[in-house]
Design a protein around this ligand. Structure first.
Ligand code: PLP
Length: 371
């Protein structure tokens, strides 16, 4: 059966060039980067290169990159040490929301700001909190379910005006938007390898100042004493290769995926009555389309498409197996029904126009059957 992968915001395939870069570190170059012999030095040099490549993708310096295993870990790392009032939003990834609920349970004040029907924050409301409290802020750059972008430059400027610490979940932004960490007043940022066609098991917390990175794991002195434990060298090397490729092919990738996404979206809207795009009116990632289908159970639609070899999703991967409809679409529409009727298509530059045509045909007939 034909396989079409339109779930790239969940994870992305490893590109052959990235695998090739990793292979020596899964085989003969197995040294521990902390060892002082030559084999160790080769691993250490490879990590140094990867650190530089990852930093370059997001406009940071190598010494601002702290490797870890997942963006979930990076977000926990950045947020667990927060004290005072923490401002976030209702549409964050579970990695942020769950840490926030732990902080709340521990007595901290956490405010989850609402979004409007287009998934946007009210920046005046954010500014009011910043003016009155000693706050830290944790917001995502691009939403994983809708692709909606928060105006991070404006948010960073507001945080700077009020002296508030800003952490940004840039997991969906890296590789899909120009990200210039050091040009903005962002204090820390999380990114993940497996969202940019790199391997799973590598991610990074990017931090402006070492003081913003409390020691997470104690032991050996890895990651400048802040995350002890022997590094996952092959995954980190792959992360570096993927970051380098994302940076050097950025323009062509975004052009390709943008035109595929636009074709998919316009054809579905045209051919299927009773459809809408969640967050379609504002700035969005070029690869993401979250489409609502009136009177259709999106879980059932995803299941029918899966039966035809098409991978799509009704929410974030962490939630995909739960029955609860997307908290993001609920926050935007204030409707449980609309959330249960919404399906996310997240494409990549590896998709083709033929795949888009196939998915549109399959979606049209599946929706008709379900209705
Ligand atoms: N933040 C966002 C916006 C995401 O989309 C994801 C993954 O879906 C994460 C955080 C968690 O990333 P990881 O899978 O590396 O833990």
């Amino acid at each position: 059966m034909r396989q079409v992968y339109f779930d790239n915001n969940s994870t992305t395939p490893l590109e052959p060039e990235t695998l090739e870069g990793m292979l020596p570190f899964l085989t003969e170059q197995f040294g521990n980067p902390s060892s002082s012999h030559s084999l160790g030095a080769i691993a250490e040099q490879a990590m140094t290169r990867a650190r530089h490549e990852v930093a370059s993708l997001v406009g940071a310096e190598s010494e601002q990159v702290y490797f870890c295993a997942s963006a979930t870990e990076a977000i926990n790392w950045a947020l667990r040490a927060r004290t005072g009032v923490l401002l976030t939003s209702e549409v964050e990834h579970a990695a942020t929301l769950e840490v926030c609920s732990d902080l709340r349970a521990g007595g901290a004040t956490v405010v989850a700001l609402p979004v409007d029907s287009q998934g946007q924050l009210n920046l005046d409301e954010l500014e009011q909190y910043l003016a009155h409290d000693d706050c830290a802020v944790s917001l995502m750059w691009a939403n994983n379910e809708t692709g909606v972008l928060f105006p991070i430059a404006e948010i960073a400027a507001a945080c700077k005006r009020h002296g508030a610490h800003l952490h940004v979940d840039a997991v969906q932004a890296a590789g899909k938007l120009p990200v210039a960490f050091n040009d903005l007043s962002i204090d820390s940022m999380a990114i993940s390898s497996h969202k940019i066609f790199g391997p799973k098991g590598a991610a990074a917390l990017i931090a402006r100042e070492p003081a913003g990175v409390p020691p997470l794991l104690r032991g050996g002195g890895q990651e400048r004493g802040r995350r002890a434990g022997t590094e996952n060298v092959p995954a980190i090397v792959g992360f570096g290769v993927a970051a380098n490729r994302a940076r050097s092919h950025f323009t062509e990738r975004m052009h390709t995926v943008g035109s595929l996404r636009d074709k998919l979206e316009s054809e579905i809207l045209q051919r299927v009555p009773g459809t809408w795009v969640n967050g379609g009116e504002g700035s969005r990632l070029a690869n993401t389309s979250n489409i609502g289908f009136d009177a259709v159970d999106a879980e059932a639609l995803a299941g029918m498409l899966d039966g035809q070899g098409i991978a799509v999703s009704t929410g974030s991967a962490c939630h995909a197996k739960a029955i609860e409809p997307s908290h993001v679409i609920r926050a935007m529409t204030r409707s449980h029904t609309k959330a249960s009727e919404s399906l996310r298509f997240s494409l990549s530059h590896l998709n083709t126009r033929e795949e888009v045509a196939y998915v549109v045909d399959c979606a049209c007939s599946a929706v008709a059957d379900l209705r």
